[in-house]
Design a protein around this ligand. Structure first.
Ligand code: URA
Ligand code: SF4
Length: 196
């Protein structure tokens, strides 16, 4: 199995899609290799591209606050994106770019084996849980097929950036985040019960 560090190095040198052309840095992901929770956004923005780190701009500041509200720091979790290089002008990534980059995210999930995957925003959710509406699906955990064909628990949340444009989402995101610790405990208890 490829280690997280190896995956990060591969992303930094990757030229598998045209998003490599406009990037300053690719943004493989950051956090703990032993994380129980992975947060998965859509793709790097301007600040992330400049620093090579995920969620370091305004949306990232709010994500840090959300994590702090449940006593977590960024170092406790793993934060990644569906595409690792910034789409020009922050446009949505094209399907072929998402396809080209997907194996990196799969390898990251395989290396970390998280108990819980929190998708941030509807594009990230759509990749794992196709066909759902975020207005209905946010804040509800769903067991669905994982990358290894087994079951994986997903928890869709709105993208933290929406709270920057529309303050009323701040409360929704905060409430949804508040449910994460109990959810994680429940998943771990269930997994323990499944062991022989
Ligand atoms: N938005 C994302 O989806 N990912 C980042 O890393 C930053 C902003
Ligand atoms: Fe490679 Fe992904 Fe960057 Fe495309 S977005 S160049 S596939 S790392």
């Amino acid at each position: 199995m490829t280690t997280l560090k190896e995956i990060e190095a591969q992303c930094r040198n990757c030229k598998k899609c045209r998003l490599c052309e406009g990037r300053t840095n690719s943004v493989p992901g950051a956090g703990s290799a032993k994380a129980q929770i992975m947060f998965i956004g859509e793709g790097p923005g301007k600040d992330e591209d400049l620093k090579g780190e995920p969620f370091v701009g305004a949306a990232g500041k709010f994500l840090n606050e959300l994590l702090a509200s449940i006593n977590l720091e960024r170092e406790d979790v793993y934060i990644a994106n569906v595409v690792k290089c910034r789409p020009p002008g922050n446009r949505d990534p094209f399907p072929e770019e998402i396809e080209a980059c997907w194996p990196y995210l799969e390898s990251q999930i395989e290396a970390i084996q998280p108990e819980l995957i929190v998708t941030l925003g509807r594009h990230s959710m759509e990749r794992f849980l196709p066909g759902l509406k975020i207005s209905q699906a946010h804040g509800k955990a769903k067991r669905y097929k994982g990358i290894d064909g087994g079951k994986q628990v997903y928890y869709p949340m709105y993208h933290p950036a929406v709270a920057l444009y529309n303050g009323s989402y701040r409360g929704v995101l905060t409430e949804d985040m508040q449910r994460v610790p109990k959810l994680l405990k429940k998943i771990k208890d269930e997994n323990l019960n499944k062991q022989p």
